[in-house]
Ligand binder design. Structure first.
Ligand SMILES: Cc1ncc(COP(=O)(O)O)c(C=O)c1O
Length: 400
């Protein structure tokens, strides 16, 4: 049968990460000892107190549809969390609980973006932003950032690009950042917010890695800068990364009443609601604390420090020090330009290392950062040590 696929579906490009990860999985299935630095989720188990709440809710038959925007106690707990951690006043009715932050973002995009609107995405970027913007028939406009400025937005460049665009609607910020690990300061966010207010564009602030932050930094939500900025921002967050709950599927959006109301309406016609037991488990995550979040954060910091110290010993490998999330993204430009193996881009580089040294990395091209690779340190110290040993050997062999 000759299926007619929509223009929308055909516009979605296959992820360049898939080639390498499919190969890594195939090699693993063949019994090869592949060390996977490609993963985008914590390697820890969900803390016990959270799991128990999920189990209890099943035993108590809390297994039916809930209100589409999420159970009231959970939205209240999120409202308290936003006040406690982010100094944000947000009414529980202005919060939408969705099956993952990913779902929160597309619900919001569907609520605010019209076909042909422009959505600014700082680059390097998380892969789903561009695809989601394309799914709502809008245009992703990439705003290139530089390693010289820690891959952060230059407000003057933002202003300039906004002056040139026809239908700018919103910007998607992400701090702490995937893939760069950059974390914005209050001062930097103030300058960005000023430009956004000047051009009347909405800020979608993805803060999913908020709890994974190092060097005694404190996460700042751009929405907390002023009431005016708060009223112009949708905060996206969730439990996946902070509480090692990626498979439970729960994220949320908090922001202006009309947008949240519309996003809830959209969700009511797609996924209905987040599964009931996950909502109870997330309620426990946000209202109780057994210290495991901090233990995981500290462990990530130790691993990050290890990778920094190891990578610092490789003279021709440049990298920025990540201050949040669990990624580090070195520049491999030197090796792409100077190798005798005809490796001329980051995908080929990753294929070479995977096939010959059994180390899986994500090519920078997946994030709009050609000449880079992304390492995830959501992996055991033992694997980091062995993986770095293999990586160093690969770089050495590549030049000879
Ligand atoms: C920047 C960023 N935002 C959102 C998500 C999605 O989170 P969730 O599991 O809540 O959908 C991810 C997951 O990798 C991410 O890296």
């Amino acid at each position: 049968m000759n299926f007619l696929l929509s223009h929308r579906a055909r516009a979605i490009k296959p992820s360049p990460t898939l080639t390498v990860s499919a190969l890594a999985n195939k090699m693993k299935a063949e019994g090869k000892d592949v060390i996977n630095f490609g993963v985008g989720e914590p390697d820890f188990n969900t803390p016990e107190y959270i799991k128990q709440e999920g189990i209890r809710s099943i035993e108590n038959n809390f297994t039916r549809y809930t209100a589409s925007s999420g159970i009231k106690e959970l939205r209240e707990a999120i409202s308290d969390k936003l006040k406690r951690d982010n100094d944000l006043d947000c009414n529980p009715d202005d919060i939408l609980v969705s099956p993952g932050a990913k779902a929160s973002i597309i619900n919001v995009l569907m609520s605010v973006v019209d076909p042909r609107d422009e959505v600014i995405i700082p680059s390097p970027y998380w892969v789903s932003y561009t695809s989601q913007v394309e799914m709502v028939d809008a245009h992703p406009v990439l705003l290139k950032t530089s390693p010289l400025y820690d891959f952060k937005i230059n407000p003057k460049k933002l202003d300039k690009i906004l002056n040139e665009l026809c239908n700018p609607k919103c910007i998607i910020l992400n701090s702490p950042n995937n893939p760069t690990g950059s974390v914005y300061t209050r001062n930097e966010l103030e300058k960005i917010a000023e430009v956004c207010l000047k051009h009347k564009i909405l800020i979608i602030s993805d803060e999913i890695y908020e709890k994974l932050i190092y060097d005694d930094l404190k996460h700042v939500s751009i929405a907390s800068i002023s009431e005016q900025v708060r009223d112009n921002t949708i905060v996206i967050n969730g439990v996946s990364k902070a509480y090692a709950m990626t498979g439970w599927r729960l994220g949320y959006a908090a922001g202006p009443t009309e947008i949240i109301k519309m996003a809830s309406r959209i969700q009511s016609h797609t996924t209905s609601c987040v599964n009931s037991m996950t909502q109870k488990a997330a309620l426990a995550a946000l209202t109780k604390d057994d210290g495991s979040v901090e233990t995981m954060r500290k462990t990530f910091e130790i691993r990050r420090n290890y990778l920094i110290s190891e990578m610092s010993t490789i003279k021709k490998l440049k990298f920025n020090i990540p201050q949040g999330a669990f990624y580090i993204m070195p520049n491999i430009g030197h090796y792409i330009r100077n190798n005798k193996k005809r490796i001329r881009n980051s995908v080929k580089f990753c294929e070479f290392i995977l096939k010959n040294y059994l180390v899986a990395l994500v090519p920078g091209s997946a994030f709009g950062a050609e000449n880079h690779v992304r390492f995830s340190y959501a992996n055991s110290m033992e694997n980091l040590v062995e993986g770095m040993k293999r990586f160093k050997q690969a770089l050495e062999d590549m030049e000879n």
